[in-house]
Every structure is written in structure tokens, then in C-alpha cells.
Write a protein that binds this ligand. Structure first.
Ligand code: GLA
Length: 456
């Protein structure tokens, strides 16, 4: 992908070291937190058990085992954006540099006609390769004349007329990764150009830098964007090399935690591991970004794409579609349009879910996180090559064993049970997930006339 400066090679080496350290951290995490995932004791759809102790109401607020370590209200970028993770589409994963204005116009149409826009996918983000290779005589960035002859403002106008928003891409270096001009040293001018085009979102990459740390270069563009007076979502893309989760919550609205995703299972799984390390740092206003979705690009099975999407939703990742939505198949559309899973991602509590239980290295895992109104999301993930039973106990999620819950299956769109349970055991296909919301029954009863009858 174009030229590589010495500084860039240095960045890449640092990135490798950070990835290796994150992997080490993961291994130690695994060794210290390995817990047995109990197999289903009988062949059953759902485990139902009577608690031995009197039932209690689920405590209000966040279960302790999945509570974030950081305050929900500490400093973060306060530009009024990103109260929930961004949703939309990005050109890179499918089109790379083969992007042009027709793709953008037609993608805007397709987001609306497929119903995806109405589900919340509102950003249309142009990635690399939109700009001319030279600035104009005043130093302004220009749209590439061959592929974007109408100019970027025309795209913004069209996208806005559909009720959508337009994102663009630049770089905290001298060139972008595909060698169009970068914004280092041109931050104020470029931010003003973006604002004059009515851009709503900037992805800011980290190629061809001057060798200084991202901590110095990214705040310059944040300040330049703020000075324009236009709210522009600031998506930092320094690939996690300087652990941005630890310092970027008052710099960007999201920060990449990993290198680039590719459209295969192993890449997706590796990225989940790296992103999970930083779970406690995500909060409304600033989110961990494990990269854009590959759902629909053809390199994974439908089951694997369902896992990919469920994990991104649970991890409060940006949901940026990376396939060609103009030619989307029914099965893929069903995944991306699943309102119940999207609602987990967009939950106003804004807590990133994480792994809470695993069966050694068998690949059977329980992931969870708190949601608003005392609810909890639960994901059973089978990373192994065989179908397997996975059990999650309420105690895995910090919920008292004797809590009465309903269990809503977000992929079957069924409520499994309102019975007293203290665990759930489900068969999960290889590379697949089962995803649920657990709701304390006391709240459900409060909504019903039968409350006093049911609680006696
Ligand atoms: C980097 C980013 C990618 C994409 C490309 C474009 O690799 O991480 O997401 O933006 O650059 O060149």
C-alpha cells in the first residue's frame, strides 16, 4: 500500500511489539481466569432448576463482576457525539481504492432501500483514495477528479438529503496509507475544508508520520475540528500501537485497538482478543474500535458472520458495515438488520461487554455485560470446530443465583422462559453464538397487572 517511511516502519515495529504484549497479557489472563464451563447435564433446550434459597430481586444497577473500572463520567471528548457507538458504512473493506462517487451515491440509496438506514446505519464513510495526489495552489485538499468529479460537497448534499451523514478520511502523517496527502502540518486548513464540505465524521490514520507519538499528533486535529464549530465525529486510527484506550478518551470519539481486520475467522477472533483487553476503558463519548465489519464480504460462513456481528455489538464497537450493500443477500441483511442485537450495541448504559467465563482452551466461552434497566446481555460463543453445549451461570455475571429472570433469545426472537433458573445451557454450533438478554422478572412483573399474584 504505497510508500513506507522510516518513521512508518518504526510505527509498524512498535505495533508488532504492542500486539505481542497484548497476546502475552491474554495468555496470563487465560491462565489466571480459566474456569470450567459445565456441560449440559441432560439433553434439553434450557436448563431449569429450582433455587434452594428464597428468591430475591435483582439489585438495581450494574452487577459487580461486569462493572467497568472507570467512572462513567470521567473526562472524554465532549463534542456532543458518540453517546452510543457510531453506525454506518465504510468503503475500505470491500472497495479499498476502487471507490468512486457512483459507489457512494448508490450506497446511500441502498442503505435507505434495504431499511438499514432506518435501523440506525447513518454514516457513509469514504476511506482512503478519495483525494487528488496533490493539494491545490493554496494547499487545499481536492477530490480526485477522475473518480469524484462532482466533488465532496455534492456527495455530502446528496447523503444529507437522504437523512444520512458523510464521513471522510485523512492521516496524522505526511501521506495517507495509500499515498494521498496527509494532514500533518495542515490540520487547521483541512479541518476547515472538511467543515466547509459539511463532513460529519473523520477517520484519521497513522501512516507516514514524523515519528512523534500519536499522543502529540491526534490532539492537534481534535482541536482543529473543534475550532470549526461543526460537530465532527473523530475516529482515531493509530491501530492500538500506543494503547489509546488509556489516553484518548478526551481526544477521539473512538480509537482503533488493533491492526486491520481481514475477512477470515482467525483475523476476526484475534481482533476480539486484542479489543477485549481494553473493555473497561470504553464509555459514552469514546469507544474502543476493533475495526470495521467484514459481514457479507464472503470470507466467512453465515454462522461466523453472526458471531462477528454479535461480538461487535456486545463489545460496543462501531457498527460500520464493510460490504457492498447494493448487492446484499437476504441472510446477510438479516444479520446486519437484527434490531435486538443492534439495541445491545446502542444501549444507553454504554458498557462494553467482555469475557466472563471460559473452559480452558476448549473454545467454549461466556461473554456478558450490563445493560440499562438492570438487564444483562449474555453471549455463548463456541470457537471450537465441533458443536458443543455451553453453560452460563448467573453467578458468572454477578447475578445472585436465586434471581428470577426472563431469557430473550436475540437471534431466534423468542423469550425462552420466565421460570426460576440459575443457569442456562445451550447447544451452540461450531463457530457460532447464542445471544440473550436476561431481564430481572421483578421489572417485568411491575409492568403487569398480575404482579401481586406472581410474587406470592
Ligand atoms: C490503514 C487503516 C485501514 C484503511 C487503510 C487505508 O491500513 O488501518 O482501516 O483505512 O489504511 O489505506
Amino acid at each position: 500500500m504505497g510508500r513506507r517511511s522510516t518513521a512508518e516502519l518504526g510505527d509498524r515495529m512498535t505495533k508488532n511489539v504492542v500486539v505481542a504484549m497484548a497476546n502475552l497479557r491474554l495468555v496470563f489472563g487465560l491462565l489466571s481466569s480459566v474456569l470450567l464451563v459445565v456441560s449440559c447435564v441432560e439433553d434439553r433446550h434450557t436448563a431449569l432448576r429450582s433455587p434452594q434459597t428464597p428468591r430475591r430481586q435483582f439489585p438495581e444497577g450494574v452487577p459487580s463482576s461486569v462493572a467497568p473500572l472507570v467512572s462513567r463520567h470521567q473526562l472524554r471528548l465532549d463534542n456532543g457525539l458518540a453517546s452510543t457507538p457510531p453506525m454506518g458504512w465504510n468503503s475500505w473493506n470491500h472497495f479499498a481504492c476502487n471507490v468512486n462517487e457512483t459507489v457512494i451515491f448508490e450506497t446511500a440509496d441502498a442503505l435507505v432501500s434495504t431499511g438499514l438506514a432506518a435501523k440506525g446505519y447513518k454514516y457513509i464513510n469514504l476511506d482512503d483514495c478519495w483525494a487528488a495526489l496533490q493539494r491545490d495552489s493554496q494547499g487545499n485538499l481536492l477530490a480526485r477528479a477522475t473518480t469524484f468529479p462532482s466533488g465532496i460537497k455534492a456527495l455530502a448534499d446528496y447523503v444529507h438529503s437522504k437523512g444520512l451523514k458523510l464521513g471522510i478520511y485523512s492521516d496524522a502523517g505526511y501521506y495517507t496509507c495509500a499515498s494521498q496527502p496527509g494532514s500533518l502540518g495542515h490540520e487547521t486548513q483541512d479541518a476547515q475544508t472538511f467543515a466547509s464540505w459539511e463532513i460529519d465524521y473523520l477517520k484519521y490514520d497513522n501512516c507516514f508520520t514524523d515519528g512523534t507519538k500519536p499522543e502529540y499528533r491526534y490532539p492537534v486535529m481534535r482541536d482543529a475540528l473543534n475550532k470549526t464549530g461543526r460537530p465532527i465525529f473523530f475516529s482515531m486510527c493509530e491501530w492500538g500501537i500506543d494503547s489509546p484506550a488509556t489516553w484518548a478518551n478526551n481526544v477521539g470519539n473512538s480509537w482503533r485497538t488493533t491492526g486491520d481486520i481481514t475477512d477470515d475467522w482467525n483475523s476476526m477472533v484475534g481482533i476480539v482478543e486484542l479489543n477485549n483487553v481494553w473493555a473497561d476503558y470504553a464509555a459514552p463519548g469514546g469507544w474502543n474500535d476493533p475495526d470495521m465489519l467484514e459481514v457479507g464480504n464472503g470470507g466467512m460462513t453465515v454462522e461466523e458472520y453472526r458471531s462477528h456481528f454479535s461480538l461487535w455489538a456486545l463489545m460496543k464497537a462501531p457498527l460500520l458495515i464493510g460490504c457492498d450493500v447494493r448487492n446484499i443477500g437476504a441472510e446477510i441483511l438479516e444479520i446486519l438488520a437484527n434490531e435486538e442485537v443492534i439495541a445491545v450495541n446502542q444501549d444507553p448504559l454504554g458498557v462494553q461487554g467482555k469475557r466472563v467465563r471460559m473452559d480452558g482452551f476448549s473454545g467454549l466461552e461466556v461473554w456478558s455485560g450490563p445493560l440499562s434497566s438492570g438487564r444483562v446481555v449474555l453471549l455463548l460463543w463456541n470457537r471450537s470446530s465441533e458443536s458443543a453445549n455451553i453453560t452460563a451461570r448467573w453467578s458468572d455475571m454477578g447475578i445472585p443465583n436465586d434471581t428470577l429472570l426472563t431469557v430473550r433469545d436475540l437471534w431466534k426472537h423468542e423469550t425462552i422462559s420466565e421460570a426460576e433458573m440459575y443457569e442456562i445451557c445451550q447447544e451452540v454450533p461450531s463457530h457460532g453464538v447464542k445471544m440473550f438478554i436476561l431481564t430481572p422478572v421483578s421489572q417485568i412483573y411491575l409492568k403487569r397487572e398480575s404482579y401481586s399474584h406472581k410474587m406470592d
